[in-house]
Ligand binder design. Sequence first.
Ligand code: PLP
Length: 406
Amino acid sequence: IAEIAKTSPTVAALVEKEYNRQKNNVELIASENYCSEAVLAACGSCLSWKYAEGYPAKPVDRHSGNKGRYYGGTRYVDELEEYCCDKWREVFNTDYHVNVQPHSGSQANFAAYNAVLEPGDTILSLNLDNGGHLTHGSSVNFSGKFFDVHFYNVDDNGFIDMEDLEKKAKELQPKLILTGASAYSRIIDFEKFAEIAKSVDALFMVDMAHIAGLVAGGVHPSPFGYADIITTTTHKTLRGPRGGMIFCREELAKKIDSAVFPFAQGGPLEHIIAGKAVCAEEALRPEFKEYAAQVVKNCAAFADEMLKLGYTIVTGGTDNHVFLIDLSDKAFSGKDLQNACDEVGITLNKNCVPNEKRSPMQTSGVRVGTAPMTTRGFVEEDFIEVAHRIDEVVKKLDAEKAAEAK
Ligand code: PLP
């Protein structure tokens, strides 16, 4: 911060304020985390300004002409990018091809669709209101504009409705079946998905952005071996830098690579690739398995306490790092609770619930996750206390709404 302040006191002051906010608040945003100093240092390194459009040259060509790249001076970033790919294959214990260049999860998905689909092709995915992501076919996103996206739903209890999926897969004969979510608290049955995809000759893609750290830590079943393409972000449960990655079966490697570069992106962010490599090494340590297991235990304890306090949790609980508190029967919205929690130093976000009646700007739910605070050392008892703090905020909102109604 002192370095920034020498040039821009304004930027330095804002970074410091945000640092303190992150340090002093209870951070419950399910898609966020804190990365290590080592990841941060790699991301702030001199690789930041190295251009390296293309892909690493084969080692034999590396010192004599940079065959895989469109720029010179790439021998070290070539080595780095290959090292990063190898480490990620090790993390997920897979021989899938991996591309570590996507700048974000959205760009990973953009490239993945375009690698295997033509505009107008049919995708079957989980609705945004039911826990899916914007890039899984929302009408305001490229995915919904360029492709013919249909949705399978969750059932009345909030679980992915496999019968609905199977029925729609048979009816629609989609080219791609997609699963993965931003707000789904249960284990996803990748084997069953793959079976249904195979039965209709569709490609099967998993966007494991939210659960990637749990898969790496062995506390969520792995999609490897089942999915043809797997996309992820690196900054959620994986605790890495902001970014994306794509894994695929070897036969799709060329298509995936050219859909990332030159189709979707220009030069890769080699400093972020360095951060991704450091993140992979952290994920390979035994401590990471302990971390992932604690994230899940914390989430279960947190959800249990909310249930005991009388709240409705979508699906009645959680198997992973996230759950949704359903406020449909309340006189206030998810947005109201988000704002009121902000006032007392609890950061969470409003979220639609299945069969949402309010607008996406208001919502009838909030989403909470345990990944960031577990990084900061929270255990079950801490989350039980957090549940009580949220309950206090809710009671205050209840009282305010009751007073307004008089
Ligand atoms: N996929 C899923 C399931 C996500 O939850 C997210 C982000 O929240 C993304 C993709 C997009 O990631 P990014 O914000 O890096 O574009």
